[in-house]
Design a binder for this molecule. Structure first.
Ligand SMILES: Nc1ncnc2c1ncn2[C@@H]1O[C@H](COP(=O)(O)OP(=O)(O)O)[C@@H](O)[C@H]1O
Ligand SMILES: [Mg+2]
Length: 250
């Protein structure tokens, strides 16, 4: 079966010789289409490196990344840029909206960058699907944090990408607003057919996913399917104790 994302023996080493840091030490995984995956692990375990390699933002030192069945490892810079604009979506902790553009213009930005004709009806429909009907003419600064993250999700979904990558999407939101945003990501998968990969350190956030992957020291260290927050938290405590580091897994 063709997967939305596949990693084969992916390694990513920063630096050389004695100074080399092995951020990913041979990660193998395959994520089905229309699935919601959470990625957790202690600080420094390789979560951000994983997301960047899987999304075509960074190149593995060795191994292969496949997106929609296509090996993207050998693509040139221009091809990778095009891929990032049309075939993957991104949601960041800090929203990353352009403050001088309207909500609608922000949502249409990926289409513009991909050289497509901006489809206002499509933007309006996606905004309605994230509960922001009628907000298209406002500026991001006129919206709450939760609403801004909804705009960012609409922007990530507008090109119907093969995968949406989210790095701590609820990290800047209060608990109630975070739940709304997680419910929205869940619905994007169930009702809109999206595939979502989300890095988080919050066990409740991770429990919205179909599957939680745990990273430790650059390698997969287990997974939970249909996870509940308590089981996730227990696993995180065990991993953090094993790694000997204390504190939040950022
Ligand atoms: N650009 C970089 N140069 C050197 N080392 C890096 C770089 N980015 C990340 N690392 C190292 O790689 C390891 C994994 O980092 P990262 O993927 O950011 O982990 P996480 O997101 O789980 O905290 C860490 O030891 C980190 O210090
Ligand atoms: Mg990180």
């Amino acid at each position: 079966m063709e997967h939305a994302v596949e990693l084969r023996e992916v390694r990513r080493t920063y630096g050389k010789g004695d100074a080399a840091v092995h951020a990913l030490r041979g990660v193998d995984l395959a994520l089905p289409r229309q699935s919601f995956t959470a990625v957790m692990g202690p600080s420094g375990s390789g979560k951000s490196t994983f997301l960047q390699c899987a999304a075509g933002l960074d190149r593995p030192t060795s191994g292969a990344v496949l997106l929609g069945g296509q090996d993207i490892t050998g693509l040139g810079e221009n091809q990778l840029t095009r891929l990032r604009r049309s075939r993957v979506g991104f949601v960041f902790q800090s929203f990353n909206l352009l403050p001088s553009l309207t909500v609608q213009q922000n949502v249409l930005l990926p289409q513009r960058l991909a050289g497509r004709r901006p489809d206002r009806a499509r933007a309006a429909a996606v905004l309605a699907s994230v509960g922001l009907e009628g907000h298209g003419r406002r500026r991001p600064g006129q919206l709450s944090g939760g609403q801004q993250q909804r705009v960012a999700i609409a922007r990530a979904l507008v090109t119907e990408p093969e995968v949406v990558f989210a790095d701590e999407p609820t990290g800047a939101l209060d608990t109630g607003t975070a739940r709304d945003v997680l419910g929205l990501l869940r619905r994007a998968v169930d009702a809109m057919g999206a595939t979502v990969v989300m890095v988080t350190h919050d066990p409740v956030a991770a429990s919205y996913a179909d599957r939680v992957l745990f990273l430790a020291d650059g390698a997969l260290a287990g997974q939970l399917t249909s996870p509940d927050p308590t089981a996730i938290a227990d696993r995180m405590v065990a991993l953090t104790a094993r790694g000997g580091s204390l504190g939040a897994a950022a």
